[in-house]
Structures are given as C-alpha cells and as structure tokens.
Ligand binder design. Sequence first.
Ligand code: PGA
Length: 252
Amino acid sequence: MRKAYIAGNWKMNMTPSKGARFASELAKAAKEAGADVKMMVAPPFVTIPAVLEALKGTGIIVAAQNMNDHVSGAYTGEVSPEMLKDLGVETVILGHSERRSYYKESDEFINRKVLLAIEQGMDVVLCVGETLEEREGGKLEEVLTTQLTGDLKDVKPEDMKHITIAYEPVWAIGTGKTATPEDADSAHAFIRAKVAEMYSSDIAENLIIQYGGSVNASNVKALMAKENIDGALVGGASLSVEKFLPIITYDK
Ligand code: PGA
C-alpha cells in the first residue's frame, strides 16, 4: 500500500515571519481536520529555520526546493546538503521544471545532486515532465525516459526508497490547466513501468509518484482516485490554509 504524499512547494513565496505564521496555522488546521496523509512543505532556504521551528513535533516534513551539487566550497550564492542537514532538513526537491528552464539545469547536473543527496542520507522528490511542444510532438515517453534514466543514473536499487517522483507536465504548472486524471494516470503508469524496467517490479510497485500542475480543491479527488497517482506536489494552492486544507484532506 502506497501512503498518499502531499507536498506544498512554496517557490519564492513566504518571508520567514509569514512562513512561520502560515505553517503554524496549517499544522493546527490539518490536525483539527484529522489529515492523515504524509505531508511536506518546501519553503525558500531563508524561511526554512522559522518553519522548522513552527512545525516541530507536528510530523509535517520541511524540505528544501533545491541544493548545490557539492558539500562545500567556492560556489558563491549556493546552499549545500550539509547545511540543510545541519538545520534538520532531510528532504529536497530536485529537477523542478522552473530550475530546468530558467536556470538551465541539465539531467546530468540534476543526477549529480540526486547522487549527493542520497550519499548525504536525504530523501529526494525528483520532478520530471514534458513541455506542451513535446507532448504535442508525440515525445512524452521519450522525454520521460531521458529524464528518468539521466536523473537516476547510478542510483542503486537499495537507494530507490529515498526517491519520490513528481510528474509535472510543464504546461500545467501555474497555468490553471491540469492534465486530465486519465492523461496523468497514463504518464504515471509509464513512469512506473520504466522504473520496473530500470530496477524491479517491486521497487516500481512501492514508488510514490506525485502529480503536480495546478492541483486544487476541485480536481484533487479525481486525480488521487487514479491507480498510479499517489500524491500531489502543489504550488499555488499550497500558499493558503483555505486552499491547501481541502487538498490534504481530499479523502475525508
Ligand atoms: P502549481 O505548481 O500547483 O502552481 O501549478 C506546481 C509545481 O510547480 O510544483
């Protein structure tokens, strides 16, 4: 049985003080509503300490949105996994499409970070997904294959328990356009089959695959009802209790 895993990617939103206030309200609301999904929030780096403090003892995971591919050194402006771990952060989102497109992160670079995160004992939410042009050009499976094989290169079978995949079609992120539950499920099924081919059917069966791209209160139920959709990576709708609570309690 795969436990539902719902995550909020705050992107470049929430100052430390706002983030701490919001996190406390969210934790209180989630508890009152009896939310029992695995829950994660990913604040910007500087907001992480305040949110960690606010969420202490709640069981809500605090993740980073990115990290550098080195442990330390002359990399001006960067944050290393060792620094994150020192704070108490044990999960990191890697390969988000905004990092791939705005900051030109390649599969090779993402792979180095995935391997380093694992070496540092961290869990990874690895984002994959196609652009509209790629989908319309019939390249969905080719793109997912390139990303999965490239990003997971040299990741050992025994380390796959540290990997969650987030399928995020680029055209659905922040656009209000969601993949239909059927389209999302078929992409998820493809990812699961590819992981079975790369590793084993057991590993694929246990792999959590989140869907991301304009998830909201009104589409979450239909998405989560699909066999291969095990969770959600939520951007815009994770920034208010009013919008995020119905998502984390989709099964109530
Ligand atoms: P969105 O973002 O929910 O605002 O579309 C999802 C994401 O980028 O993770």
